[in-house]
Design a protein around this ligand. Sequence first.
Ligand SMILES: C[S@@+](CC[C@H](N)C(=O)[O-])C[C@H]1O[C@@H](n2cnc3c(N)ncnc32)[C@H](O)[C@@H]1O
Length: 251
Amino acid sequence: MKTKKSSKQRRTRRSKRSKLLQLPTQTHETRRVIEEGVSPLVEKYWFQRYDLFSRYDEGIKLDEQGWYSVTPEQIAIRQAKRCENATVVIDCFAGVGGNAIQFASMCYHVVAIEIDPLKVNMAINNARIYGVEDYIDFIVGDFFQLAPSLKGDIVFLSPPWGGPSYRRVKKFTLDLLEPKDGYAIFQAAQAITPNIIMFLPRNVDLLQVEELCWLSSPPLEFEIEENYVQGNLKGVTVYFGGAAASQCGPS
Ligand SMILES: C[S@@+](CC[C@H](N)C(=O)[O-])C[C@H]1O[C@@H](n2cnc3c(N)ncnc32)[C@H](O)[C@@H]1O
């Protein structure tokens, strides 16, 4: 009886000590959150900053939407590796450059379209940090207006999911995508090439995704990949046409 009590006391003392040891690190991180002016909405993403950009500390810039919508680096690398033989990749919703940087790192030429000029400035800054700005043509503009004049081997679509609230719906239907529904986005891309990659929420309605293949005749091949970071499901990448078969070459 006496022995049991003393071992319990020892356990309690040890756990108190480990709490004390964690304190300086937490304080340092909290201080950085304040110094960098991180808003409560993006605080959670700031703690994952190195998953988003491994070179974050070298001067990476993101605005609020950029924080919650950038593709985590390991996922962007994976998506880029799947385009091995392509010469020109068009990133139609480029944001702060998470995907464009990884496509360019694989030595493709990238056309990066983004409607918000402030994000384009951030993307240029971020691409410079990764040393790939010379491989990317940044265009400030509306993808839907530019689409008829674009040429490329692969079209990459990472449209807005409507903010962090996408998680609240049980099934994310394609009409929830912005700035137009998933069918309209896909059709604009198809006019450029059938080799399309789409990055979608983890709760996307997969039956609707399959329907996209039937917008083409014969229907496009497709492949669905779940994307995890640190064991957490972050999204779903769908590869269509030649991108599904990993056979995208210059057209
Ligand atoms: C999900 S984010 C892209 C994130 C990007 N893949 C990254 O890793 O940084 C979607 C982006 O599409 C942009 N956008 C919205 N409508 C657009 C349009 N019509 N044409 C081009 N870009 C648009 C938004 O400003 C936003 O930055």
